[in-house]
Design a protein around this ligand. Structure first.
Ligand code: GBH
Length: 457
């Protein structure tokens, strides 16, 4: 592969609820995912994150594996309810201590921590007070962020506020496929806005405390492609892009909500959750933006399922996303179209002149396991997507690093443990970790790239 620029960061990613387990350990309070996973039928096979990879108890072993992999950076998230069991008020020092030990282990092996404050696991106590529908949750988030920075800010300098606010708000409060399992119109759009407000409040407070730190947000991004050349399908793809992406990227990087927001959600919300000053808060400069890319979205026009906007959920915007192209698919049924990553990165760079430097903070896939964990399909997926990322750099994108999703097999949300995204296989009976062929491939790639650019360490 062509060389990546000097200083390019090679990493892998995970998130707290997906790997930690130890749901009741050391005073941790329940999150919305503990509550949601307990609802019959919510998660495939009745799986929950109660044990997951038991990373909470096996963390040093896992960081040793990261050391073997030789990555520069590790992206992980903090469980809010480990640090503040009810989301606000009393701090649980044992929870904070876990992350402090993790950071020390990482730094001891020369691996830079990329810390995400929120990867979908809201403290259940806050959900009971309205969750992200409520602006108050945004204020609580900023308080929580400061608690974590206070404890780890002498060693952690890269702070991501949110992972994919689209999923937390629209999939959680609109589609109901994720925690907390609500199917609302106005409520889910309020959640989306409050997540952005929370991002802004946290960045402002954290930057004031530590101007030397770097702050960013992670967004799911990919092209929404109309399935035909018709105007109707083009308009549907545009609505889809608004719902999944532009309602976040425009306030963050464009200074305003998108022009077509009002029309798309007419009768669903009056956007009364927007207050004066919010856009300034949301649009403050960032040091980086993380992009999670998985697959291109193919969109057709379709009738609304609920003809009455007053009772309609936010995802019911007159679209059909089930008409997939005739291209290879992963075991998630996700189309494999690596050039979609180039288009995504180049498109964002062109659309937003003030876009900060970019990381690909997630990219990865699931295929059925082969004997001996020889996951040639994953290697091919990662290789072609990295080439697509390299093309984006050539086209002028300021891409600073790439993180594979995921380091370990883990709890894949509503799909439970069946989809395995890891470079490392986890046996959920014995919790034994076994590196797949892709682990060795990525290790060699990182080593080669480092040698090629002649960077130290
Ligand atoms: C990520 O979610 C998560 O951060 C991670 O926890 C999860 O395990 C991993 O991916 C694998 O699923 O907006 O155009 O990108 C990704 C889930 C899949 C949500 C794609 C948004 C729509 C396409 N996403 N999806 S797009």
């Amino acid at each position: 592969m062509t060389d990546f620029p000097r200083g390019f960061r090679w990493g892998v990613a995970t998130s707290s609820y997906q790997i930690e387990g130890a749901a009741d350990a050391d005073g941790r309070g329940p999150s919305i995912w503990d509550a949601f996973a307990a609802v019959p039928g919510a998660v495939a096979n009745g799986d929950t994150g109660a044990v997951a990879c038991d990373h909470y108890h096996r963390m040093p072993e896992d960081v040793a594996l990261l050391g073997e992999l030789g990555v520069d950076a590790y992206r992980f998230s903090v469980s809010w309810s480990r640090v503040l069991p009810t989301g606000a008020g009393a701090v649980e020092p044992r929870g904070l201590d876990f992350y402090s030990r993790l950071v020390d282990e990482l730094l001891g092996r020369g691996i830079e921590p990329f810390l995400t404050l929120y990867h979908w696991d809201l403290p259940q106590a806050l959900e009971e007070r309205g969750g992200w529908r409520s602006r108050d949750t945004a204020l609580r988030f900023a308080d929580y962020a400061l608690v974590v920075q206070e404890a780890l800010g002498d060693r952690v300098t890269k702070w991501t506020t949110f992972n994919e606010p689209y999923v937390s708000s629209i999939v959680g409060y609109g589609e109901g496929r994720h925690a907390p399992g609500a199917r609302e119109g106005h409520g889910s759009l309020a959640a989306a806005h409050h997540l952005l407000v929370a991002h802004g409040l946290a960045v402002r407070a954290l930057r004031e405390a530590r101007p030397d730190h770097e702050f960013g947000i992670v967004l799911n991004q990919s092209p929404s492609v109309p399935v035909t050349g018709s105007d109707a399908d083009a308009a549907a793809a545009r609505r889809h892009d608004l719902l999944l992406r532009r309602q976040f990227t425009e306030p963050l990087f464009g200074g305003a909500y998108p022009e077509d927001y009002e029309e798309t959600f007419a009768g669903v919300t009056d956007a009364s959750f927007r207050l004066d000053g919010d856009l300034e808060l949301i649009g403050q400069p960032l040091d980086y933006v993380g992009i999670n890319y998985y697959y291109r979205q193919h969109v057709a026009d379709a009738p609304h399922r609920d003809p009455d906007p007053a009772t309609r959920t936010s995802i019911d915007i007159g679209i059909d996303t089930t008409r997939l192209p005739d291209v290879p698919r992963t075991a998630m049924n996700w189309p494999v179209e690596p050039h979609g990553l180039t288009d995504t990165l180049v498109g964002l760079t062109r659309r937003y002149p003030d876009l900060p430097p970019v990381y690909v903070t997630e990219n990865g896939c699931v295929y059925p396991d082969n004997p001996g964990f020889v996951d040639q399909e994953r290697i091919e997926f990662l290789r072609t997507h990295l080439a697509a990322a390299r093309d984006a750099i050539d086209a002028g994108v300021d891409l600073r690093g790439y993180f594979v999703w995921s380091f370990l097999d883990n709890f894949e949300w509503a799909h439970g443990y069946r989809p395995r995204f890891g470079l490392v296989h986890v046996d959920y009976g014995t919790l034994v970790r076994t590196p797949r062929a892709s682990f060795h491939w990525y290790r060699d790639l990182v080593a080669e790239q480092r040698a090629a650019v002649g960077a130290a360490g």
